[in-house]
Ligand binder design. Sequence first.
Ligand code: FAD
Length: 304
Amino acid sequence: MERADSIGNETVLDCIVIGAGPGGLQACIHLGRYNFRVMLFDTPGGRTSYAKHIENYLGIPVVSGPDLLETGLSQAKSFGVMVENVKVDRVLGREGQFEVQAGGKTFRSRFVIAASGAKETLAPFKNLHRFFGHSYYTCMICDGYRTTGKKLLVIDRTVNGVRMSVGMKQMYTKDVTFLAHGFSLAPVYRALLEEEGIGLVEGRPEELLGEATLEGVRLSDGRVIPCEVILGWGGISLNEEYLEGLDVERDAEGFKIMTKSSGESSIPGLFVLGALREGHSQAIISAGQGAEAAIEISTRIVEI
Ligand SMILES: Cc1cc2nc3c(=O)[nH]c(=O)nc-3n(C[C@H](O)[C@H](O)[C@H](O)COP(=O)(O)OP(=O)(O)OC[C@H]3O[C@@H](n4cnc5c(N)ncnc54)[C@H](O)[C@@H]3O)c2cc1C
């Protein structure tokens, strides 16, 4: 099949993939190997690029997020996937095709895969970026294991921190303290923490201490709470502004996008992967979803 180096306004691609995270790249690898005309749009700075040690990915004992992505990108390119390092501004559905606006140009395709992930919202603690992904973690599933046997401080602004503290103690480390950020814990939860042998501090964290390694947290009243690792609060916002013109079905909270098991959303031909979609967000899960979406798209293209 012929592939153009640059695509003009009139050319209709088979698939446009938005986001070069594990989901988007895996979809590109599959689609490229079907000899389809595929264009991948990406801007840097996705969540995987912050992962320092991915060690739960089959066949790879340990890899950093950036290394995993770099290998995946060259794999995708080797199968003829065209790559544009520009942000997608808008996706519109028009007459059985999609119109994708990016970098001041319009591209058309029969299918779109939205794999643009999410943005991390981090607590405003001084020096947090120095330790993020090394010893300040926001995800128990991704990084709980890395706290094994270490002096752990769990920081949360809600009683959910009690649940996290108990879970961390049962799974990873006996040395857990819960820092209730800016609120006073109800007696029932205090009693629970005491029973579980989990320390409690109430206060407002301001600064993470240490140079190469984390040494503790300074509170606004000057107290210093020593620790080696932190499981701290964070949140995510979805990278999906470009979908505003499409009325996709969401979960009960109106947040994540609902899909079929193939990843197809309520808009026929629009597939959604990774953090944008309901369910757990992990690199290997996104990659599996990318493969699944690509296979489904291949069967549709053959039918067309
Ligand atoms: C610190 C940290 C550690 C982690 N550790 C692990 C781990 O050990 N194991 C594990 O399985 N998972 C881990 N994860 C989670 C994993 O990174 C996510 O589950 C995974 O990133 C989801 O991938 P994704 O395909 O949704 O997108 P992402 O990796 O978020 O990639 C999306 C891409 O799309 C780009 N993009 C966004 N908007 C646009 C746009 N409008 N136009 C073009 N491009 C756009 C982004 O910049 C990015 O490059 C970790 C995450 C973090 C933050």
